[in-house]
Ligand binder design. Structure first.
Ligand SMILES: [Zn+2]
Length: 78
């Protein structure tokens, strides 16, 4: 089963394991849902397709909050 759910309308990606009520995943319409199996695909969507990690459940990939000086930033490993 896919771990991540991308919203094609808002271009946010949610981590279904860490999702909270604030993610409002149930509000995402079927035609806007994109199931994502693994982290490689999450990277691809963020880097190539303009998606962003949800600030609630996938904050380590939220480009609005990432600190470029943070040593453990996943961006360093791309
Ligand atoms: Zn979320």
């Amino acid at each position: 089963m896919a771990r991540y759910l991308a919203n094609k309308q808002t271009r946010e990606i949610h981590d279904l394991i860490n999702a909270t009520d604030a993610c409002q995943i149930n509000e995402i319409k079927g035609e806007h849902r994109l199931m994502v199996d693994d982290e490689d695909e999450v990277f691809h969507l963020i880097m190539e397709e303009g998606f962003n990690g949800c600030s609630y459940c996938l904050s380590e990939y939220n480009t609005d909050t990432i600190d470029p000086d943070w040593d453990d930033s996943p961006w360093l490993h791309l």
